[in-house]
Design a protein around this ligand. Sequence first.
Ligand SMILES: Nc1ncnc2c1ncn2[C@@H]1O[C@H](COP(=O)(O)OP(=O)(O)OP(=O)(O)O)[C@@H](O)[C@H]1O
Length: 234
Amino acid sequence: MTEASAPENCLLEARQIGRQTSDGHWLNRDLSLQIFPGDRIAISGPTGSGKSVFLRSLAMLDEIQQGSILFHNEPVRDKQLPEYRSRVVYLQQRPVLIEGTVESNLQFAFQFQVNQQKNHNPDSIRNFLKSFGRPESFLKKKSSSLSGGEGQIVALLRALILSPEILLLDEPTSGLDPETTQQFESIILKWHETSSESPAFVWITHDRSQAQRLADKVMIFPAGQVSNHVNPES
Ligand SMILES: Nc1ncnc2c1ncn2[C@@H]1O[C@H](COP(=O)(O)OP(=O)(O)OP(=O)(O)O)[C@@H](O)[C@H]1O
């Protein structure tokens, strides 16, 4: 039986995907998700239930051994991966920054051919910094001198200035204090609300109240059911 296609406006579809280790052990199986413009999706579930494995599969960082991933209803070919990764941006729990200043980290992505047509807008960077309560001199700070939380902020700015269609966030605030967590959430919600392209995000969180604040759909692991209600009591 052939599966029905996703609606035309579907940005990203994981269709019954599964990931297996080289010794044949399934880390997750039969997981499906459709992501539409404007979606705010939380992924929740116990430790070790396969949330990060799934998100890495969506980011196409790890190969899947079952099912398919479709971007705008088309499979992504190997040679399209750089473009895919500039449109579907993955932010991991611990940021990876290059040596040099904050500014050089922010400019780094624009060196790649796939991002050269994107606008490097200094005003938007200044606005983001303001929202984080950081002065412009923050741009001159060495990445090696940043705290873990500041590093995560830089990684977020670096992702947002690429104007992604989808942002994939793996517990991005787990190492941040409550104030920085709140700033981080506000920035993402503001980006989400004000971007003309109607971007979507998928956010792994253990914190039910965070899921409640941020998301309008929740995917619960290990089964991977998607529900339209984020109920902090359930
Ligand atoms: N590359 C890999 N090879 C073998 N096992 C792996 C690999 N990646 C993840 N696992 C295992 O898969 C399981 C699910 O891991 P995953 O990191 O996705 O869990 P999680 O739900 O994100 O957990 P947490 O909430 O603690 O971050 C774990 O038992 C983990 O050890």
